[in-house]
Design a binder for this molecule. Structure first.
Ligand code: 6GU
Length: 245
């Protein structure tokens, strides 16, 4: 997978080179390029924003630098069969979920347009739709100062799902949000610590009983903090013992 990120603060995205994503880049599974939007301006002040038509507070990102920036990378996808996916982080977008991360992890080419101020001139996304699958995506119901942090959240969630980027593929299956239940609590040595003991059953060696105990904890936790997730599960996802929750 190739990911191109555009931002007026490219240094904000520097942590992408660390850890798992950095390893995937070293392994050649993933290539991430971060570009400075101002490189696509032509005036002395490298202007990227202007006042909004219709009035109102704040500034809007100008279309010209964005179009030049995006076409510099869209061009490379026209040589391959797949259209790129253009992600536009925005609090007005559809909510980013694990299901969307799984879908996006199959893309060949992701382009991320990080806006600042009051957003990007809407014609940029209209024009982009001729070249890419455009998706406005929000990471949750709160407001950030720009798309950079949201882009990092999405890229990390997507990149770890690309085969070969996570050490143990089994660790993906029992995670929160993969199967509609939150994860169970985990423990390691020592068995007794500051007066708190590891649940007896986890020391029993009874794998069937441990699996049931873990599933009960997942159900209990999901009921307590995210009851709407339990209600959304299809009936066939729950066994007879699950229904106690
Ligand atoms: Cl994707 N962008 C901004 N600016 N704020 C957000 C967001 C995105 N998602 C939630 N809040």
């Amino acid at each position: 997978m190739r990911i191109d990120v555009f931002s007026i603060f490219p240094e904000y995205l520097a942590p992408l080179k660390l850890s798992l994503i950095g390893k995937a880049m070293d392994a050649g599974i993933l290539s991430v390029a971060v570009h400075d939007l101002r490189e696509f301006t032509h005036d002395r002040h490298r202007t990227v924003d202007d006042t909004p038509y219709g009035g109102g507070a704040g500034m809007v990102m100008k279309p010209e630098p964005w179009a030049e920036a995006l076409e510099s990378v869209f061009a490379e996808s026209t040589s391959t069969d797949a259209r790129p996916v253009l992600l536009v982080p925005s609090p007005a977008g559809e909510v980013f979920t694990q299901a969307m991360a799984r879908e996006l992890a199959t893309a060949q080419h992701l382009v991320v347009a990080c806006g600042r101020y009051e957003g990007i001139d809407h014609r940029v996304s209209e024009w982009s739709a001729e070249h890419a699958d455009v998706r406005f995506v929000s990471i949750g119901d709160y407001v950030l100062n720009g798309g950079e942090v949201a882009a990092m959240v999405m890229i990390e969630a997507i990149a770890r799902l690309i085969p070969g980027t996570i050490g143990n593929p089994e660790s993906l299956t029992e995670e929160s949000h993969e199967d509609g239940l939150l994860e169970y609590p985990v423990y390691t040595k020592p068995a007794s610590w500051r007066g708190h003991d590891v649940p007896e059953i986890l020391l029993s060696g009874n794998h069937g009983a441990i699996a049931r105990w873990r599933r009960d904890r997942r159900l209990e936790r999901t009921r307590a903090v995210r009851p709407e997730m339990l209600e959304a599960l299809p009936a066939e996802a729950l066994d007879k013992k699950d229904r106690a929750f």
